[in-house]
Every structure is written in structure tokens, then in C-alpha cells.
Ligand binder design. Structure first.
Ligand code: UN1
Length: 510
């Protein structure tokens, strides 16, 4: 496996890093096994408490220098990172596939998201606009401008082991911040590979140590970052359960958090839908990344008049899905991340059966030589009642719940009647339906699409959602404002000192 060598993920003493410097304290070991074949890919040392504190110090020092670089100069470094990622797109995509289990096409797609966000950040580095405001006082000027925050802690999930980090890091860097990354314990080597790449580019361009740091380990190690008042912003991606803990700990110290948590995304398939769009949108949405995207399509809300035709087309499409080694481009679907995820998948199927759910496409765990890691499952479709309890729950697996509706209002109610609020879609050629879906009466999600599926958002838009999804927005649009602090300034260029609100404060002749 050439890519492991190219990306230097099998070296010794990896784990904690403040840039080109790798701390080599021998602590406990985190082993990374591939869900594709159960092989040990490599090991990292978890971060020691002493190394964590040393890292914070380096990051603080690094920040003092980095924030003084003009933003376009910081952008220039990010541009070079994007160039390097173009060169390494294939090996890094392969590592993502091998360590996480998503198909190679999706692994490479993830690296493409990194490249895209680098490009976006470069352009943004010449913007970061503030406003000017009319002052009520004569000869005064008011404006607001944006300053870097300091240290940004990034906690990322296994399912997007590199892209979601880059949404945060690329933007935080051009804003003048420094980053400490705590990747998922399930994908430590993707972070090691990325840190090697970043460190090389940063070294070439004279970026100070501490601007890009990584720590490795379990939740406890993550909690050092979360509780640390020296960390100005915690951007965390993962489950709602994790987000509730992180959000509470950060708010206890009145820090800032940006949460991107669970989704329970639905596509409404109207009787006015073009099924040539609906079927592939639903299938990719449900089985892409083996159902482990936060944007995965988990529910199809289908108009009752077309339920039979839609489900028979889905059965046909699912029968053509190839499940197997994600590094082999012929397969659409790889394994789940680990055996615990397989258990969760099986339990959700059991729970839906207990509620009266009926298989439209049968599920199950695959066995045989090719599947000996025990992590390969069959994407399945279950018909449930529109008020099903299990369908309100986010199960990170390729289970698609289908249900029927009669009116567009009812479809929207079903779509919104879940605790999460990340992504949503409607497939329709009916203008009014689509406008209702996009109106104040419509989807309550952070993402609402028409005639495309729920997953595969582009980096140019703000990404995130409402309710239990956490409310944060990352990536494009004006999400950069999360990584900076706003400063409002009033400048008096006159010879008098008028007070606002017309207040008189006369000191006589003093
Ligand atoms: C995630 O699953 O955490 O919109 C991120 C998408 C991808 C990102 C998903 N661009 O599906």
C-alpha cells in the first residue's frame, strides 16, 4: 500500500504535534485498524498532559506572530496547501477510504472538499469585510472590524476525517487564528497524514510553530481542550450526545462553541416529482458513505399515489448496489466504521420491526471471505408509520425509512417532526410546492434543497443546522465570522466631545 508510505503514517512517535515538531512522549497507544479488512494500519501515541500544556504554549506564541501577518499573506500559505492537496488527492483519498471505509470516489471527493475550501479561504483572505455605520454625532466615524480570536480547538468525527477539519482550519488560519485538532480516535492516521502535509507547507513558508497542532486520544483528552479557557473557540462535529456535553462545558467558561451535530434528513418525493432525479438522489443519499454522513438521507416521505412505483424502483436500484472493498472502484458501498456500528444498525432494525416496520429491501450483515472484517452490512429500506419512534432517531448506518403522505403540509410536518434539523429536500416540478417547502411554513432545517438530495453540500454555502443539530454554521458564506471577534469603533475627528443620546455633561470651565 504505497499511499501509507507516501503519507508517512507508519513512522514512530507520532501523535502530538505543534507543526513540524512531533512530541515523542511514550504514552498509551492508539491503534488504527481498517474496517475494510481489520488490518492494523498504524499506531499513534495519545497526548500526555504535559505535552498538551507545552502545545498550548507553543500555540499561544505562534498566534502572536501569525496574527501579525497580513491576511492575504496567510491566504497565500493556504493556497500552497491547496496546491499540495491537489498533488496528493489520490493517496490521501485512499487513506481516507482505507481508514474510514468510504468508497474511493467519496474519499477523493473528501479531499476535493479540502481543496475547495482552501480556494475559498484564499479569496476570503482579501475580504473579511467590516461595516461602516452612520454616527449620530457630528464629525464622528463609526465602523466595525474583525480581529482574530486566538486558539481554535477543532474536534472532528470519523465519518469525514479530513474535510470537516479543513473547513475549520483553512478559514481559521486566514482569519489569523491558530488551530489545535483533536481527530476521532477511530481515524487518527488521517490526521497524522494531513499534519505532515501542512507542516511541510508551513515550514516552506516560514509559518511559526504552533499554528497547526494535533492532539490524539479519547474523550478525556478532548475535554482538556474543551475546558481550557485559553481556547477561544471549540468547533465540534459529532453526535448530539457529544455536542450536549461539549456545549455545556464550553458555556460554563463562557467560551464560544460551534456545533455541527446529528441530522435526520428526509426527502419528500411529491406526486409531481421527476423520478429520474428522485431515485438516484435517494439512493446516493441513503447509501453513500454507508449511511454515515450527517447529511445522509434517512427518511423518504413519499406521496401515497406513487409509493408503489417509487419503492419498486428503489428495490431495483438497491439490487444493483455493489458492496465491498472501498479501495476497489467497482464498489459503491464499503463497511461501517466498526463492529459497534454494526450492532447499532442491527438494533435499529430490530426496533423498527417491533414497531411494525416492514422490509422493502432486506438488511443484514454480510459474511464470507470478502467481508471478514465483520463490518459490511446490507443497505436496507424499511416501511414505517410516519410517526415511527425509531425513524426520529439518527442511526449512523444505511437504513432508509419510507413512509407516505397525502398533502404537502402533512409531508412538511412529518419532515420537521424530528429532534434534528440539518438537511432536507423535496423532489417536485410543482412550483408552489417547492416554494411552500422553502417558505416560513416549510423545512426547519439549515439546508433545504429542491430536486437534489440531502447530502453532498458544496463548501461555498454555510453548513450546519438547527435544533439538536446544534445551530452552528461552518465552511462557506459568512461562517468566517465565527472565527473572529467583532470590534466596534467610534472615531471622533472633530474638536468637540458630544455625547450620544443627547446627554449633557457640563463641567463648566474645567
Ligand atoms: C458530515 O457528514 O459531517 O454535505 C459532513 C455533505 C458533505 C459533508 C458532510 N459535503 O454530505
Amino acid at each position: 500500500m504505497e499511499f501509507l508510505k507516501t503519507l508517512q503514517v507508519q513512522e514512530q512517535n507520532m501523535g502530538t504535534s505543534s507543526g513540524a515538531h512531533w512530541f515523542n512522549t511514550e504514552t498509551s497507544i492508539l491503534s488504527s485498524f481498517s474496517p475494510t479488512d481489520n488490518r492494523l494500519i498504524g499506531k499513534v501515541y495519545t497526548t500526555s498532559e504535559a505535552d498538551y500544556h507545552a502545545l498550548i504554549k507553543t500555540a499561544q506564541e505562534g498566534f502572536k506572530v501569525w496574527r501579525s501577518w497580513p491576511a492575504p499573506k496567510r491566504g497565500e500559505v493556504v493556497r500552497h496547501l491547496g496546491e499540495k492537496l491537489r498533488i496528493l488527492k489520490k493517496p490521501l483519498g485512499q487513506l481516507v477510504s482505507y481508514e474510514m471505509g468510504k468508497s474511493l470516489a467519496e474519499g477523493m471527493g473528501e479531499v476535493q472538499e479540502m481543496i475547495d475550501i482552501c480556494d475559498f479561504a484564499v479569496g476570503l483572505s482579501r475580504q473579511l469585510y467590516g461595516l461602516t455605520i452612520q454616527s449620530e454625532r457630528q464629525d464622528h466615524r463609526m465602523y466595525e472590524h474583525w480581529q482574530p480570536l486566538g486558539i481554535v480547538g477543532i474536534i472532528s468525527a470519523f465519518n469525514f476525517p479530513v474535510a470537516v477539519w479543513s473547513w475549520n482550519a483553512a478559514i481559521a488560519w486566514i482569519c489569523g487564528d491558530v488551530c489545535i485538532w483533536k481527530p476521532s480516535e477511530k481515524t487518527p492516521l488521517c490526521a497524522v497524514a494531513v499534519q505532515h502535509i501542512v507542516a511541510e507547507i508551513f515550514k516552506e513558508h516560514g509559518v511559526p510553530e504552533g499554528v497547526s497542532c494535533t492532539i490524539q486520544g479519547n474523550r478525556e483528552i478532548g475535554s482538556w481542550l474543551v475546558k481550557d479557557e485559553k481556547v477561544a473557540l471549540i468547533s465540534a462535529t459529532g453526535s448530539t450526545a457529544m455536542g450536549k456535553i461539549v456545549g455545556k462545558l464550553v458555556s460554563e467558561r463562557l467560551g464560544r462553541s460551534l456545533l455541527e451535530l446529528g441530522g435526520n434528513n428526509a426527502i419528500i418525493i411529491s406526486q409531481h416529482a421527476d423520478l429520474n432525479l428522485a431515485i438516484p438522489a435517494a439512493v446516493f443519499g441513503a447509501v453513500g458513505t454507508a449511511g454515515q454522513r450527517c447529511t445522509t438521507t434517512r427518511r423518504l416521505i413519499i406521496h401515497s399515489s406513487i409509493f408503489d412505483i417509487v419503492t419498486s424502483k428503489l428495490q431495483k436500484a438497491y439490487s444493483q448496489l455493489k458492496i465491498g472493498d472501498p479501495l476497489d472502484a467497482q464498489y459503491h458501498v464499503g463497511p461501517l466504521i466498526d463492529k459497534a456500528a454494526v450492532d447499532t444498525y442491527l438494533k435499529a432494525i430490530e426496533a423498527s420491526k417491533k414497531e411494525g416496520g416492514v422490509f422493502i429491501v432486506e438488511g443484514g450483515v454480510l459474511s464470507g471471505n470478502q467481508y471478514e472484517s465483520g463490518c459490511y452490512v446490507k443497505p436496507c429500506i424499511i416501511k414505517v408509520h410516519s410517526d415511527s419512534t425509531i425513524a426520529k432517531h439518527e442511526t449512523f448506518a444505511p437504513i432508509l425509512y419510507v413512509m407516505t403522505y397525502e398533502t404537502i403540509e402533512e409531508a412538511i410536518d412529518i419532515q420537521n417532526n424530528v429532534p434534528q434539523g440539518l438537511s432536507s429536500a423535496i423532489i417536485t416540478n410543482h412550483l408552489k410546492e417547492s416554494e411552500i417547502f422553502l417558505s416560513y411554513k416549510g423545512s426547519d432545517c439549515g439546508i433545504a434543497n429542491v430536486n437534489i438530495g440531502t447530502s453532498g453540500a458544496e463548501i461555498g454555502g454555510a453548513f450546519g443546522g438547527e435544533k439538536e443539530t446544534g445551530g452552528g454554521r461552518e465552511s462557506g458564506s459568512d461562517a468566517w465570522k465565527n472565527y473572529m471577534r467583532r470590534q466596534t469603533t467610534t472615531i471622533n475627528w472633530g474638536n468637540n466631545l458630544p455625547l450620544s443620546q443627547g446627554i449633557k455633561f457640563d463641567l463648566g470651565n474645567a
